[in-house]
Design a protein around this ligand. Structure first.
Ligand SMILES: Cc1ncc(COP(=O)(O)O)c(C=O)c1O
Length: 410
């Protein structure tokens, strides 16, 4: 495993100016901080080349190329082969757009299976298709294990199943779902998968080719970048749909046919700033070209930083018999450090209120995993307390949080 020295970690933290402030950022599953390369990328773009794309003059040609390069980088980041990367303002917006496309493409009688563990971004858009005559079938969670078992999915699949929508990692539970095995099962039934990778992407290198998925979405603002999102689609899945952009945009003008209004140009510059940050992380150990192995190396560094933090936090929560971890109660790498819990007598709101006063950012509630909270018998508005460190957090911050939690929980 990659070894991270104290010096290395200090150098990582120095890339994020906001970390020098008073707030301790432990609500990263809501949105992460950005390295200076991302902010600089956006600033430079806006101050030196803020023009519209596709005109013939040099500056416009430069901007067109930059936006194309951002798409190419995201494709490499996702290991997207010859699939297409569609950029948009958020995963919620991209999945609404995708569901809109399917509403006119599905054959009558088609069914859509949706995991109960999903974030509403990958639930609501499919539920809305019921009014077009495409019923939703719940892939139910087993409340004892907080997982959606594959056997449950197997029972739901039939020759009417068109799509199966599920999260790679639930933004509340933190466990990593076996996307490859799930996709194999779904493909064997002749259906397609729509995977929500939002809670996975900040912690592990994505690899849509290895997983053989059809659609995979993640939000760039939770992966140290600007407030945007990406949806990768494999070519044959895209070919089944009519892109929603203007009638005069040719069907084969991809990804633009699926990017209504285009992607944020300055956001694309920010996304390329994230590429520079990954190169920095990859080069902590040795210097190399920027390629897939650099991306994997950068994520290995992040994993090495995160594992001790999740281990300590879980050890602390397990040491209290008045606390129940919602999700896996181990700290193996088969989970990410998005850790939720409930207290036996105090509400989640009471606990976060005390933590909020200390300047540590965490959160409570259903986090838009509304159906999951209901399935667990939790009152969704109070939901869970969620702590979500990432690689730039320190053990000192976790220890400080633990001290505050001791006060909050008594
Ligand atoms: C797992 C998961 N999926 C989807 C979303 C929605 O992402 P966006 O805010 O980009 O619409 C979130 C946001 O919190 C999330 O955590």
């Amino acid at each position: 495993m990659t070894e991270i020295t104290r010096d290395d970690h200090d150098r990582i933290r120095a890339q994020f100016p906001s970390l020098a402030g008073d707030t301790v950022f432990l609500e990263n599953a809501g949105g992460s901080q950005v390295p200076v390369t991302v902010a600089d990328g956006i600033r430079d773009y806006m101050l030196s080349s803020y023009v519209q794309l596709e005109a013939g003059y040099p500056l416009s040609r430069h901007c067109t190329e930059l936006v194309d390069t951002a798409h190419e980088f995201v494709r490499l980041l996702m290991n997207g082969g010859d699939g297409e990367v569609i950029l948009g303002p958020s995963t919620s917006a991209l999945l609404q757009m995708l569901a809109g496309c399917y509403s006119t493409a599905l054959t009558p009688g088609s069914e859509i299976v949706v995991a109960q563990t999903g974030h509403e971004a990958n639930v609501g858009p499919w539920k809305k298709l019921e009014r077009f005559g495409f019923p939703l079938r719940w892939w139910e969670m087993d409340p004892a294990t907080c997982t959606c078992p594959l056997e449950g999915l197997e029972e739901l699949l039939n020759d009417r199943t068109a799509l199966v929508a599920f999260p790679h990692v639930s933004n509340l539970l933190g466990d990593i779902v076996d996307v490859r095995a799930t996709t194999e099962l779904v493909h064997a039934a002749g259906a397609r998968v729509v995977v929500d990778g939002v809670a996975y992407a900040p912690h592990r290198a994505m690899d849509v080719e290895a997983w053989d998925v059809d659609w995979y979405a993640y939000s760039t603002y939770k992966v140290y970048g600007p407030h945007m999102a990406a949806l990768w689609g494999r070519r044959d899945a895209i070919a089944e749909l009519a892109g929603p952009n203007h009638f005069f945009v040719p069907d084969d003008e991809l990804p633009y046919k699926f990017e209504v209004g285009g992607a944020s140009h300055e956001g694309c510059a920010g996304i390329l700033g994230f590429k520079d940050y990954l190169a920095f992380l990859a080069n902590l150990g040795d210097s190399r070209e920027f390629d897939r192995s650099a991306i994997e190396s950068a994520f290995d560094t992040m994993i090495a930083c995160e594992l001790p933090l999740q281990a300590r936090l879980i050890e602390y929560l397990l040491s209290r018999d008045d606390v129940r971890i919602i999700g896996p109660n181990h700290s193996d790498p088969s989970r990410v450090p998005t850790i939720s819990f409930v207290h036996s007598s105090k509400s989640s709101a009471e606990i976060t209120e005390v933590v909020d006063r200390s300047g540590i950012g965490i959160r409570h509630g259903h986090m838009y995993a509304y159906h999951l909270c209901e399935a667990l018998g939790l009152e969704p508005d109070d939901g869970v307390v969620r702590v979500s460190p990432v690689h730039y957090n320190t053990m000192g911050e976790i220890e400080t949080l633990i001290e505050v939690l001791e006060t909050a929980m008594g």
